[in-house]
Design a protein around this ligand. Structure first.
Ligand SMILES: [Ca+2]
Length: 370
């Protein structure tokens, strides 16, 4: 329970008591900012303890632990289909580079700019015929084996249970981040009995949160039991509630932001969830807004596009001055110098290039509502 939802709440209560004791008065405003697991904590706070914070920044959130970890396992099984100790992964580092190059050659300029950034992966459908297939006898550096295509498909298509999507896969443009957590064999993971970071992450969740069984083996698991098996773990781990009535009533404000090239918490889940909470309250944009960051990685890791901005300042202006964020400027820096600035708009709006201006200048983009 502490890890699931109580710890942040208790920390907030204690911190406010310390502040009040030291300064002699309660803080005027309290803010929370968190990414990944911290993004999940951000949602949990707004859902369960809507009095704790006036404003919350939720970045790249891990919303649904069950779906996320099942995807980790599904991807892991695709990459290591046999499960023996000496097994090499199907998709190699070199092939992820080839994959990135082919994807960028085919989709980068769809948004009008050749910059390795896919502006809106949600509008694209991947055509698998762009990937050259090796003949059985002739594996080579510039083609994929059928097995490698299978891994790639698993990553893009997410995890299905009983033939329907259980958790969405990764977008076009996120490939450069795939290798490190999902494919790279790593000795710090092998002590958990899996070869990769995410393999370990997924199986540890099932071992200790779902089954309470250290011998649980991901290769033996029948996915069709997932709903029944995870009901209890989901009840305290998942931040999937769509009920923000109390947070809204208290005047709470939340900015959610999500990298479009996130290789860990897929943006498709964040968008799905945002659409769900929007469905629950048509006035959602009055107090919760989502910003999608083209080329943004996971919490600043493997960013391709511009993601630098002061979210807290936008949030503070919203909470304290009632200035809702209509447009956020994000920057990309090289050697401590800003080389690119672009605007992002609250979803479902997006920034679209005007086709002629300097692509590093925010004035070359206009807001288009989907
Ligand atoms: Ca582009």
């Amino acid at each position: 329970m502490n890890f699931g939802f109580l710890a942040v709440h208790r920390t907030a209560v204690m911190s406010k008591a310390i502040v009040a004791h030291y300064y002699g008065s309660q803080p005027l405003y309290s803010y929370f900012i968190g990414c990944s697991r911290g993004g999940g904590q951000a949602l949990m706070e707004a859902q369960r303890y809507p009095d704790d914070f006036n404003g919350i920044v939720c970045s790249g959130p891990l919303i649904d632990w069950v779906g996320y970890t099942l995807e980790c396992i599904d991807n892991y099984k695709a990459q290591f289909p046999v499960g023996t100790e000496d097994e090499d992964g199907v998709l190699t580092y070199e092939k992820t580079k080839l994959l990135q190059n082919i994807v960028m050659d085919n989709y980068d300029e769809f948004d009008g700019i050749k910059d390795n950034i896919i502006n809106d992966p949600g509008e694209l459908t991947l055509d698998y015929t762009i990937f050259p297939i090796c003949t059985k006898e002739m594996p080579s550096d510039d083609c994929f084996t059928e097995d490698q295509i299978k891994v790639i498909k698993t990553f893009y298509e997410g995890v299905s249970v009983n033939n329907s999507e259980f958790y969405p896969g990764f977008p076009i443009g996120s490939e450069s981040g795939w290798y490190f957590p999902h494919l790279m064999t790593d000795t710090s993971s092998s002590k958990f009995g899996q070869k990769t970071f995410f393999g370990a992450f997924g199986s540890q969740f099932f071992r200790y949160f779902v089954f309470n069984n250290p011998d649980w083996n991901l290769y033996d698991y029948d996915f069709s039991n997932i709903f029944r098996d995870t009901e209890y773990a989901a009840s305290f781990m998942n931040a999937t509630s769509t009920d923000y009535r109390a947070f809204k009533k208290n005047g709470g404000k939340m900015i959610i932001n999500q990298g479009w090239a996130d290789f860990s918490t897929t943006p498709f889940k964040t968008i799905q969830y945002y659409n769900d909470i929007k469905q629950a309250d048509s006035e959602l944009e009055d107090y919760i807004r989502l910003f999608l960051l083209p080329g943004g990685g996971h919490c600043g890791i493997f960013d391709i596009g511009p993601t630098g901005t002061d979210w807290l300042e936008y949030l503070r202006d919203w909470v304290e001055n009632d200035n809702a964020p209509e447009k956020v400027l994000v920057t990309k820096s090289e050697n401590n110098k800003v080389v690119m600035t672009r605007p992002v708009f609250p979803y479902p709006s997006k920034a679209v290039y005007d086709g002629k201006g300097d692509p590093n200048d925010p004035n070359s983009f206009k807001e288009v509502r989907k």
